[in-house]
Design a protein around this ligand. Sequence first.
Ligand code: SAM
Ligand code: GLN
Length: 271
Amino acid sequence: MLADVTARLREAGVPGPVLDAELLVAHAMDTERYRLRVDDDRDLDPSEVALIKRLAGRRARFEPVAYLLGRKEFYSLDFIVNRHVLIPRPETELLVDMVVYYARQNARVADIGTGSGAIAVAVKHARADLEVHATDISPKALAVARKNAARLLGKKSIMFHQGDLFAPLPGMRFQVIAVNPPYVDRGVAGSLQKDLSYEPEEALFSGGGGRDTIERVLKDAPSHLEENGVLIIEIGEEMGDFATRAGKDSGFAVSVLRDYSGLDRIAIMKK
Ligand code: SAM
Ligand code: GLN
């Protein structure tokens, strides 16, 4: 079965067909990938075979593995994901590290555009002392984030708010504000990797060459930061100079960090 699925994915041009086949077959057999060599010998019942075929067919059409499994690991935590949320990316773990580093004891922090809740939940998991607020414009994304917070942290661990950027946080100030905004240029949406077409558009794309949402955040963030507060934003790899300039125009001292691939990724903006 494993060999058949691997061959089907390879034929479709899926990158990494061996790993993906193992993940899908293990998921359908309700076992772990490392046990497959042993368990693959057992007879599959027809419902398992049917499920494996369905999953292989979807992956052959480039639906991301995380959506097929309904799960994605982020910051060593097991997050539920579905097509209403961006699949958390490894680069974003660096943003979590920076929030954990800059947040003072018992500080109030915000995660704007929380999606699956990845940043807010990982931060609160690492730092139980913090008061964490998380927002999203998408009610369906917030439903996923709430579920992840309840599973991984317990109820009422994070305060969730629905709405556009800072609108649901009137008059509130934070010592640290974290944002992974949509920053992919809407103009190139058609020409991207096929996997991306399964993710929510409002999670990925922004106007103005991908810069619009970041510019709106820079305009509104100062009035929601405490004195000496820090705004930490994930940016596109080609946005280092733009973020430095735009941040300065909004009165911030800016530094840009590279991700593990050596690309500009996280802008640290100090008020
Ligand atoms: N924070 C999650 C992560 O890092 O995996 C998701 C980040 S995803 C790139 C951007 C998120 O921002 C999406 O969940 C999207 O729904 C939300 N979003 C987009 N525009 C927004 C807006 N104007 N106000 C609030 N949230 C917004
Ligand atoms: N890093 C993501 C990608 O290129 C984009 C995430 C975002 O827009 N914040 O797929």
